[in-house]
Design a protein around this ligand. Structure first.
Ligand code: F6P
Length: 463
């Protein structure tokens, strides 16, 4: 699902070796369960690795011996662990924008720590990294199986969240004061970079505190994971708006439904939602620039589709076409992310003007379900994924892994060093199979501004 790029991915010189706090000398409470397992295709030895590459061509391009091929450490429980559960105190924080499944991950962490490892002290930090900083005055929340029992029924996070970094020195002061030995950070790339700084201060102070990340991104843009939790829930929910846009467009002369979906730099939600409904005419994403004007530009295309078929449905990711809004002032959010200019408004203005210029009737309906798709509870698939990520995160922390993120790569749970995870962003590859499927499903041109016979992908879904 993730398009991490073609050919052997560049790792920017980062090592895939995971940092540990020290040797694992204690028997894990799960050891007897592990010993009873037979080897199978679905089980991996602790010492095994999941290769970075998954095609014969990629592996052969690397050359060298199998043991030299880059790969991620296998996730999952270990026979021996680093921490003594009876003396362990865990902390959990959720950072950044909401995402379906946050409460499921919190619940999964608390249940696994408590019921399987016997950790009795777990605290939740409120409102992201602000929860560690004295001047904000947020009390910590004691977490237990009773407290988290039903939280997975709701969207959002019982801990609250916030954007933006806080001083890692102050955060580590707080961890020391509270005697926290392992910190779980559920957050996106900015929050993971924060976790890396926290792990750096911990190492400088020679402390034994594990920092384990659980990748959270509604946009599905964190690299080296198959997909992010909550993503499937979000694009499934988005299909309801596409259905509404379709019905509205079909029911009026000159009907056009224009749906804006989240996706700052990566158009995964727009692409998957479009494929799930399989009846959109145009999908615009940040990774694929488009021409507005000219005979083979976007506006003329939409006009012709409405003229020939009677209506059109357009899905636009919020980060698409920013090049057409370059004159507007810059702004950034608390995480330092550029505030996007409103592409939906621009398209509304330009489509309206174009139809008027050509004397065509237009009934343009705008839909923007943005927050509605990320505040919902996780669907059953994501719920399963969340609880398994939580288990993997607890196993990693108990084994003393640190500055690490858990994730699933090629279908297997792995440990990804945080500097590797944040070294690049996962985006829709315009030359990859996902985008090809979108072109096939919509029949839209692969390259705007060129005559259709040069690059149009035939579609059996078109009228
Ligand atoms: O980063 C995830 C995301 O949902 C983006 O898709 C969106 O641009 C942004 O967060 C909006 O976040 P907020 O308005 O909460 O800052």
């Amino acid at each position: 699902m993730t398009q991490a790029g073609t050919g052997p991915p560049l790792l920017g010189g980062h090592d895939l070796k995971v940092k540990t706090l020290g040797p694992c000398r204690r028997d894990s409470p799960l050891a007897s369960l592990l010993r009873a397992r037979r080897r199978s295709l679905n089980s991996m030895e602790e010492s095994d690795r999941v290769l970075l590459d998954d095609t014969a061509a990629m592996i052969s391009a690397r050359g060298g011996a199998v043991e030299d091929l880059p790969g991620f450490e296998a996730g999952g429980p270990r026979q021996k662990i680093f921490f003594d559960p009876s003396k362990t105190r865990a902390g959990i924080v959720t950072c950044g924008g909401l995402c379906p499944g946050l409460n499921n991950v919190i619940r999964g962490l608390v249940m696994e720590l408590t019921l399987h490892y016997g950790v009795r002290r777990i605290i939740g930090f409120r409102n992201g990294y602000q929860g560690f900083i004295a001047r904000y005055g947020y009390p910590v929340l004691d977490l237990s199986p009773e407290v988290v029992r039903d939280i997975n029924e709701d969207g959002g996070t019982i801990l609250g969240s916030s954007r933006g970094q806080q001083d890692p020195e102050e955060i580590v002061d707080c961890l020391e004061q509270l005697g926290v030995n392992m910190l779980f950070v559920i957050g996106g790339d900015g929050s993971l970079r924060g976790a890396q700084k926290i792990a750096g201060v911990i190492a400088e102070r020679d402390l034994r505190i594990a920092v384990v990340g659980v990748p959270k991104t509604i946009d599905n843009d964190i690299a080296f994971i198959d997909h992010s939790f909550g993503f499937r829930t979000a694009f499934s929910r988005a299909t309801e708006s596409i259905r509404a846009a379709h019905i509205e467009a079909r029911s009026a002369p000159g009907g056009v439904g224009l749906v804006k979906l989240m996706g700052r730099h990566s158009g995964f939600i727009a692409s998957y939602a479009a494929l799930a409904k399989n009846d959109a005419d145009y999908v615009l994403i940040p990774e694929v620039p488009f021409e507005l004007d000219g005979e083979h530009g976007f506006l003329a295309h939409v006009r012709r589709t409405v003229q020939e078929r009677g209506y059109a449905v357009i899905i636009v990711a919020e980060g698409a076409g920013q090049e057409h809004l370059a004159g507007e002032p810059d702004a950034a959010d608390a995480s330092g992310n550029a505030r996007l200019r409103d592409i939906q408004r621009l398209l509304q203005q330009r489509i309206t003007a174009d139809f008027a210029l050509h004397g065509r009737e237009l009934n343009l309906k705008l839909l923007d379900p943005s927050y509605a798709i990320r505040s919902v509870p996780a669907n059953p698939y994501d719920s399963v994924y969340c609880v398994r990520l939580a288990h993997a995160a607890v196993h990693a922390a108990m084994a003393g892994r640190t500055e690490v993120m858990v994730g699933r790569w090629h279908g297997r749970f792995v440990h990804i060093p945080i500097p590797v995870a944040t070294s690049r962003r996962s985006t829709v590859d315009p030359d990859g199979d996902l985008w090809l499927s979108v072109l096939e499903a919509t029949g839209q041109p692969a390259h705007w501004g060129r005559p259709p016979e040069h690059d149009r992908v035939a579609s059996d879904e078109r009228w």
